[in-house]
Write a protein that binds this ligand. Structure first.
Ligand code: HEC
Ligand code: HEC
Length: 387
């Protein structure tokens, strides 16, 4: 009842201003919209990382993130690819490190709330995922000895390490490498995207504030209705607009003639082989609870060609998808509108089907997707390591 009354109010407020009225919302839709918030969520804490949320570790992590001495040529840091002003990505179709990669640089916004990392989920913790680019010969191409030597030789980094971990960066090189990655993970987990027009709308709608809700652009509202009706939220679920799992939406995954990116199928093999996974010796969570997913996940044929469902907040200007296949949001929407059912080799119920949207509906869906972004506040400069 309340939903209906609110819907009537919304129409009354929105109708005169727009030739195409903002949609009215059913009780079910209001509940579904509510599940995409509130924003921001409570800070994420990672029990597998003993310095998660620790301010000294966050400061050390930010310095390491920007430190080009952690690459073989001394000219590339994490921030070379994950650029703050580019939504922590780089605007390239595929990432370029020492060599060219097969995939696009993922954004780091809100990544601390996830549970699988990388397009293929080969990482089961934010810190393990932060080790991969350091060691990958196509990315920064260093080893544990190089990372440990860099931290030990630099007085500020060594002091920052002492403050974060309560001991000097002595001992085993691999331990220092993992600790450096844990500090970077603590930093990355602080990257939470700003509140957006969608959030103001959601909160107003739930509070029964018709006037506040009516400030949401009518086109975005119509696009949101399409998003809910088309089942996008089955995968792009919850406050981050991702269920954190994997799917195949029919994006071709050839990387070259006769070569494919098997996505999740290979990612699970790499996860099992990694000595940095949560079943390995570097997990700080003595309870073992944090390793539950890793212990139980099983590789299945249907994982072939699956990629992680991207979060849709602060998605940026593109390119989009794991391989940068689509230049802009309009191209993504066109894909979902016209995707050929033959391209989808899902064993289960087809979650994706061609929507055949009109031009106006596509524009509305893009307007909705854009309403999930806002200008982030300027970043303060990194905190000093040893003030
Ligand atoms: C050469 C460009 C490049 C550099 C340098 C780089 N990354 Fe990445 N980053 C990527 C790409 C590409 C992916 C997607 C990986 C995949 O699935 O294949 C990624 C993914 C990630 C993810 C996972 C995000 C998610 O949503 O799961 C994290 C975390 C990350 N990088 C952290 C780092 C850190 C920390 C460093 C520095 C130690 C770093 N990256 C250096 C390109 C780069
Ligand atoms: C079956 C689960 C599923 C459904 C349903 C789904 N998506 Fe996706 N979406 C994905 C996956 C998986 C990707 C990444 C695919 C890739 O990289 O190859 C993706 C990518 C995207 C992207 C690009 C994000 C980026 O950062 O690259 C957008 C935008 C998007 N989807 C919007 C939508 C919309 C709008 C709908 C409804 C019409 C929808 N999705 C339905 C799983 C889904």
């Amino acid at each position: 009842m309340r939903g209906l009354a609110l819907a009537a109010m919304l129409l009354a407020v929105a109708a005169p201003a727009h030739p195409q009225p903002a949609p009215a919302w059913s009780t079910e839709e209001i509940a579904a919209i509510g599940r995409h918030g509130p924003w921001p969520p409570a800070p994420a804490r990672d029990p597998s990382n003993r310095v998660s949320g620790n301010p000294a570790a966050i400061a050390l992590g930010e310095h390491l993130f920007n430190d080009a001495r952690l690459s073989a040529g001394g000219d590339m840091s994490c921030a070379t690819c994950h650029r703050p002003e580019r939504n922590w990505s780089d605007g390239r179709v595929r990432a370029v490190g020492i060599g060219e990669l097969d995939r696009r640089t993922q954004s780091l916004w809100n990544v601390g709330f996830g549970h699988w990392f990388g397009w293929d989920g080969a990482g089961d913790s934010l810190w393990a995922q932060s080790i991969r680019p350091l060691l990958d010969p196509r990315e920064m191409a260093v080893d544990a000895a190089r990372v440990a030597a860099t931290v030990r030789a630099d007085a500020a980094l060594a002091c920052g390490y002492q403050r974060a971990f309560g001991q000097s960066p002595g001992g085993d090189d691999e331990k220092v490498l993992v600790d450096a990655a844990k500090a970077m993970a603590a930093f990355i987990a602080t990257l939470v995207s700003p509140r957006t027009p969608f959030d103001s709308f959601r909160d107003a709608l739930l509070a029964g504030d018709a006037e506040g809700a009516a400030r949401y652009p009518a086109a975005a509202g119509r696009g949101l209705k399409i998003f809910l009706g088309a089942g996008c939220a089955t995968c792009h679920f919850g406050p981050r607009f991702t269920n954190g799992e994997f799917g195949d939406v029919g994006v071709p995954f050839f990387t070259g003639p006769g070569e494919v990116d098997a996505g999740r199928f290979d990612g699970l093999a790499r996860l099992a082989d990694s000595r940095f996974n949560l079943l390995g010796p570097h997990n700080d969570d003595a309870s073992g609870a944090s390793a539950r997913r890793t212990r139980h996940v099983r590789r299945q044929h249907s994982n072939f060609g699956e990629f992680r469902v991207p979060a849709l907040r602060q998605a940026g200007e593109g390119p989009f998808m794991h391989n940068g296949r689509f230049a802009g949001l309009a191209d993504v929407v066109e894909h979902y509108s016209e995707v050929s059912p033959d391209r989808l080799h899902s064993d289960a119920l087809p979650l994706v089907r061609p929507l055949h949207l009109s031009t106006g509906q596509r524009d509305d869906l893009v307007a909705f997707l854009r309403s999930l972004s806002a200008d982030p506040p300027p970043r303060p400069s990194p905190a000093p390591l040893c003030p």
